[in-house]
Design a protein around this ligand. Structure first.
Ligand SMILES: *[C@@H]1O[C@H](CO)[C@@H](O)[C@H](O)[C@H]1NC(C)=O
Ligand SMILES: *[C@@H]1O[C@H](CO)[C@@H](O)[C@H](O)[C@H]1NC(C)=O
Ligand SMILES: *[C@@H]1O[C@H](CO)[C@@H](O)[C@H](O)[C@H]1NC(C)=O
Ligand SMILES: *[C@@H]1O[C@H](CO)[C@@H](O)[C@H](O)[C@H]1NC(C)=O
Ligand SMILES: *[C@@H]1O[C@H](CO)[C@@H](O)[C@H](O)[C@H]1NC(C)=O
Ligand SMILES: *[C@@H]1O[C@H](CO)[C@@H](O)[C@H](O)[C@H]1NC(C)=O
Ligand SMILES: *[C@@H]1O[C@H](CO)[C@@H](O)[C@H](O)[C@H]1NC(C)=O
Ligand SMILES: *[C@@H]1O[C@H](CO)[C@@H](O)[C@H](O)[C@H]1NC(C)=O
Length: 273
């Protein structure tokens, strides 16, 4: 197992404070990579990294909340992958990325490679290419210490919900791989969940990532009322309260399926749902 299993205590109390401003995100978790190199203050690597981080609060492209950015040239190039939860709009996404990246630099002031998850987004940076690669570490799991009163029914409903959401997210296409939904455990308890992969993963690697996350959830969160499994390429969360927005920014319609008949001019490109 990886070195990174942190538990977030007093989660129940903190849940009720979830409307605090981002500057106090109690869900923030981070990992500083101690192996893949260090940088010094005022180095070229730091300048390259800062040039990306300083853009986050004012990004004008939305990209459905996913960014693969880089600055500088080898050996001092900084690469950043950033992902906002699939129900965020651009201003929410920008402020989460700014906060999370700024905090990550503060917690890991000399590590070339580092990863952070806050409630609403994920930020990774490194001196190497990370795009499209499925990785196992760092990872962590944070749970709500309250237990379900009917754990077997609760977990049955949760497990079906997560399987369903995982296949929807993996099938989501190259812009966004996100799904959210709810299920009811024996009329007693509703469970709400979100799952998401960075959309640079292909469908198979997204499915693999979420399968690992579901297995981890069984180990760290069985019977709990809420849990977040955090991985470099995918995240999963469930709670007993509706914690996400029902409506996400719609994706453009998929292109019409290729027709074997004679080609024709395209119609209605980019129509929104
Ligand atoms: C980076 O610095 C940390 C101490 O801050 C040290 O433990 C680690 O060995 C260093 N890593 C490298 C690759 O030099
Ligand atoms: C880095 O630059 C700042 C501002 O120019 C300066 O105050 C600081 O002493 C420098 N730090 C190092 C380690 O050179
Ligand atoms: C992602 O960023 C890396 C640099 O980190 C770059 O080499 C790669 O071309 C980018 N991929 C895409 C699809 O933008
Ligand atoms: C983004 O969402 C927040 C919270 O729902 C809302 O207050 C804000 O007006 C939205 N911003 C835009 C530009 O839609
Ligand atoms: C970016 O986040 C940092 C850390 O929370 C904060 O101090 C700073 O004001 C934010 N910048 C903007 C432009 O919002
Ligand atoms: C899936 O992830 C592996 C491991 O990072 C990578 O080598 C492979 O290229 C990925 N698959 C695709 C189709 O990108
Ligand atoms: C929840 O269940 C676990 C394991 O059964 C137990 O250790 C823990 O104390 C329980 N938590 C609460 C808040 O009852
Ligand atoms: C639960 O999910 C159903 C769709 O499966 C949806 O119609 C309903 O609005 C959701 N309820 C809540 C409270 O989110």
């Amino acid at each position: 197992m990886g070195s990174s299993t942190f538990l977030l205590f007093s989660y129940t109390v903190l849940l009720s404070l979830a409307t605090l401003t981002l500057s106090d995100d109690v869900y923030f978790e981070h990992n500083c990579n101690e192996i893949r190199g260090n940088y010094t203050a005022n180095s070229t690597y730091q300048a390259n990294l800062n040039s990306i981080v300083s853009q986050f609060s004012s990004l004008t492209e939305f990209n459905y909340g996913f960014f693969n950015l880089s600055a500088g040239v080898s050996p001092d190039n900084a690469n950043v992958i950033a992902l906002c939860r699939g129900d965020l709009n651009q201003s929410q996404c920008n402020s989460c990325l700014n906060y999370t990246a700024t905090e990550l630099e503060r917690f890991c002031p000399s590590n070339k490679e580092a990863t952070a998850w806050s409630e609403l987004c994920l930020v990774r940076y490194a001196n190497r290419d990370m795009y499209g690669m499925l990785e196992n570490d760092p990872r962590t799991c944070a749970y709500n210490p309250a237990n379900a009163s009917n754990p077997e029914q609760f977990n049955q409903a949760l497990s079906e919900l997560l399987n369903d959401l995982s296949s929807k997210a993996a099938d989501g296409g190259p812009l966004r791989k996100y799904a959210a939904g709810n299920a009811t455990a024996g009329n007693l308890q509703t469970v709400y969940a979100t799952v998401q992969c960075t959309p640079d993963l292909d469908e198979g690697n997204c499915t693999t990532c979420l399968t690992f996350a579901m297995n981890e959830l069984r180990n760290c969160c069985y019977g709990r009322m809420g849990c977040r499994v955090l991985r470099p390429n995918c995240v999963l969360r469930f709670e007993s309260n509706p914690f996400y927005n029902q409506i996400a920014v719609p994706l453009p319609s998929p292109p019409p399926p290729p027709s074997p008949s004679t080609s024709s001019f395209p119609t209605s490109i980019g129509e929104q749902h």
